[in-house]
Design a protein around this ligand. Structure first.
Ligand code: ZN
Length: 522
């Protein structure tokens, strides 16, 4: 406990500022006493709120083989029942090729199909899920929040960009916390703790803990010769290393010495459950290649890759959705709407199809349908792109207030769309609140002339900046106004009031007032 205070004073200050009550409680997994500001109830509600948007931001659920999800759930439940902390654990398989798995506070766990396809047996899957169960059970996510590792702890509502993450152009608003929880690193101690207790849970549940060694060996093999994009997945938070292989080998030896023997690997069960996944891997490889081709603007080749993917798995909504995206890039909006309809027919629960169809409707001038779709997408995952588009639609409907709110939300992200939205917001807000963007400082020059130094902090170019002067000269109130035709971002300029003070007179502060009376933008 005292070590915690010494190492993380910022967390204590933060808790004091927020008026939170810290409890000294026993960690349910390790049995160690530790300070905690985040209650179990809070952990559960964070998990509940963030689970859906976190899944959406990572490819959505893998739906074409629901039996695979049921199987992963059965393995997860077998481990959950022997864990040291009973939580409302949930397990889903995500439609994502990156070999990754994650846990949110409260026991909400996900594993990507891209990881499942690399494992050899059920015991290796148990090693993955056991590790993630410990992250949730031992409060690693909550601890990270308490230490202030997450800039935004849901209690502190603020606009924080999730930079350098796959979410940069994605999650805004309420979904940003989940994005941070998923992309954070827990730290070496927490990872080691998850390995140690995860292996113990495996043994308790009747699995051969040696699978935790072969799992780490698989990770080392996978990490060799992979690009950084790939490594950003599982390996950013779980760096594969020979050291970890050795550690797990020592842990298993420890268990053997304690008398833990036997345990099953479940090779046949695993191979049967993942047969469809492995058979259809070429389709998903083609899909991943199509995404890369699109990023290089090679749309026709991408389209052909998707045709191949669809010939192998005709009911995969993600394949249809990406074809629709290509049609949007080609500005074939009618055809795009048709293709999004097919994707939604296969999977009505993925944000991207509504977002894409909303954009297509917007380009077709179908504002009502566009707004409905974009709002449906935001309900599943609030994205900068949807918020920005909704802002544009609100502006077209002359609803400046709504437009500003949407643009402000869209500006929270870290990507290019967010920058555009920030500029769109400023364009509206600078007209409504010019004083917030333009600083005006009056001064009198050597000739007794009243001038003002005008400085723009607006992120856009300002036009016709109207400066109002009011001065008391020889007992008379004089008002004048002057205009600066153009003021660039960050630029300052002087403006002349035309008001002269008699020689030798220096006005006092209360005899001079200046302000911005109005301005316009392009
Ligand atoms: Zn981990």
């Amino acid at each position: 406990m005292f070590r915690f205070i010494a190492r993380h004073p910022a967390a204590i200050v933060l808790a004091l500022l927020l008026g939170l009550v810290a409890a000294c409680a026993e960690n349910p997994v390790t049995g160690e006493r530790e300070l905690s500001f985040i209650s179990t109830q809070r952990e559960l509600s964070i998990g509940d709120q963030q689970y859906l948007p976190s899944q959406q931001g990572q490819g959505g659920r893998y739906r074409v083989d629901p039996e695979l999800t049921a199987y992963v759930q059965s393995v997860g439940n077998r481990l959950a029942t022997v864990s040291d902390r009973q939580l409302p654990y949930e397990f889903v398989v995500l439609n994502n090729s990156v070999p990754n798995a994650w846990a949110l506070p409260g026991g909400k766990i996900a594993v990507n199909r891209g990881l499942l396809v690399e494992l050899n047996n059920e015991a290796e899957l148990a090693a993955v899920l056991g590790h993630e169960i410990v992250h949730a059970a031992a409060r690693h996510g909550a601890q990270a929040m308490e230490r202030g590792m997450l800039l935004q702890s849901a209690m502190v509502v603020g606009a924080i960009a999730v930079q350098d993450s796959p979410y940069a152009d994605y999650a805004v608003g309420g979904a940003m916390l989940g994005a941070q929880l998923l992309t954070q690193r827990y730290g070496r101690d927490a990872e080691r703790e998850s390995d140690i207790y995860g292996i113990r849970y495996m043994a308790r549940a009747g699995y051969d803990p040696a699978a935790a060694i072969s799992l780490q060996e698989t990770f080392v093999r996978l990490s060799e010769g992979r690009n950084s994009n790939w490594l950003d997945g599982l390996f950013a938070s779980h760096p594969p290393s020979e050291e970890r292989v050795r550690n797990n080998r020592a842990l298993v030896a420890e268990l053997r010495a304690e008398g833990v023997t036997g345990g099953e690997l479940g090779v046949e069960r695993y191979q049967a459950a993942t047969a469809f996944l492995r058979d259809t891997k070429p389709a998903y490889d083609a899909f991943d290649e199509a995404e890369q081709l699109i990023a290089q603007d090679r749309l026709e080749e991408a389209s052909r890759k998707l045709d191949t993917a669809l010939s192998l798995v005709p009911d995969e909504a993600r394949f249809l959705g990406l074809q629709a995206d290509i049609l949007v890039y080609e500005r074939r909006y009618e055809a795009a709407v048709q293709q999004y309809n097919r994707a939604i027919g296969e999977d009505p629960d993925y944000f991207d199809y509504y977002l894409g169809r909303g954009v297509a409707y917007s380009r077709l001038g179908q504002r009502q349908l566009a707004t409905e779709d974009l709002q449906a997408s935001v309900k599943l995952l609030p994205t900068a792109m949807a918020m920005n588009e909704l802002g544009t639609l609100a502006l077209q409907a002359n609803d400046r207030t709504a437009a500003k709110q949407y643009f402000q939300l869209a500006a929270q992200g870290g990507g290019q769309v967010s920058q555009q939205a920030g500029a769109a917001f400023a364009r509206l807000d600078v007209v409504d609140n010019p004083a917030s963007y333009v600083a005006v400082q009056p001064y009198v020059n050597a000739q007794g002339r009243l001038l003002a130094r005008v400085q723009s902090n607006a992120p856009i170019t300002l036009r016709n900046v109207q400066v109002q002067f009011r001065a008391v000269v020889a007992g008379q109130v004089v008002t004048r106004s002057a205009v600066i035709p153009t003021l660039q971002q960050g630029q300052s300029g002087d403006v002349d009031s035309g008001i002269n003070f008699p020689a030798g007179v220096t006005p006092t502060a209360d005899q001079v007032a200046v302000g911005v009376a109005g301005l316009s933008v392009d």
